[in-house]
Design a protein around this ligand. Structure first.
Ligand code: 5RP
Length: 232
């Protein structure tokens, strides 16, 4: 599939999900290329007057920069008692709506914000749908730098294949918004994602992992039908 087709699908799901936001809502703003379009569409709806009085809670520095660019007022978790809706992408979605997230190294803040939302809408193109979790994407684990070696060993002992995530130029590790590193862990199979999520988070030095179990309420999937983007 061409890059243009993928972009068209991302825009279509982003537009459909952005329409679910109503005036006055507190909105969790996800991270990634698909949610970048969500933030853009929300900004456009605000600008046109179709939407008013929303505030956003960003899940990353990237999301906060985009929100400012598109004129979405931002607040923090200290300022609000509820989040009405969160819209975020995913790297994998299984038939039980369990997700793997963290391709953008933002899963720690994403899990906090998405998990607090009354409604958590996931926006993906059809390539992210899997029958077996972990089959196309490893589980990202955010780790405190000082605990990199013991956490890597513990992840190997769990049966995973841990790889420290490097930056695009491969000249240093990816550093998260919290100043930590990310280990991507490939598991041959993930039988019980809820159990694995807890087990990984129980390793001292782990901040958060990218398994999202029982959090997503709706999945918006973009696909191409006769070369046209369709959302289901
Ligand atoms: C960031 C994420 C993203 O939501 C995920 O990687 C999907 O990104 P994209 O929409 O660019 O495919 O989890 O940590």
């Amino acid at each position: 599939m061409s890059a243009e087709s993928v972009t068209l699908m991302k825009q279509a799901v982003a537009q459909a999900a952005a329409q679910e936001v109503k005036s006055g809502m507190v909105v969790g703003l996800g991270t990634g290329s698909t949610t970048a379009f969500v933030i853009q569409f929300l900004g456009e709806r605000l600008k046109s007057g179709e939407l008013s009085n929303i505030v956003g809670i960003p899940t990353s520095f990237q999301a906060s920069v985009l929100a400012k660019l598109y004129g979405i007022p931002l607040v923090t978790l200290d300022d609000v008692e509820r989040i009405d809706i969160a819209i975020d992408g995913a790297d994998e979605v299984d038939p039980d709506k369990v997700l793997i997230k963290g391709g953008g190294a933002a899963h720690t803040r994403e899990k906090i914000v998405d998990g607090l939302a009354e409604e958590f809408l996931v926006v993906v193109d059809s390539s992210k749908l899997v029958t077996e979790l972990g089959s196309t994407f490893p589980v990202p684990v955010e780790v405190l730098p000082l605990a990199l070696s013991p956490v890597t060993r513990a992840l190997t002992n769990l049966g995973g294949e841990p790889v420290l995530r490097m930056g695009v130029k491969k000249d240093g590790p990816v550093i998260t918004d919290q100043g930590n590193m990310v280990i991507d862990v490939k598991f041959a199979t993930i039988h019980d994602p809820a159990e694995l999520e807890k087990t990984i988070n129980n390793i001292p030095g782990v901040v958060e992992n990218g398994l999202f179990v029982g959090l997503a309420t709706r999945i918006f999937v973009g696909e191409l039908v006769n070369d046209q983007p369709v959302v289901r």
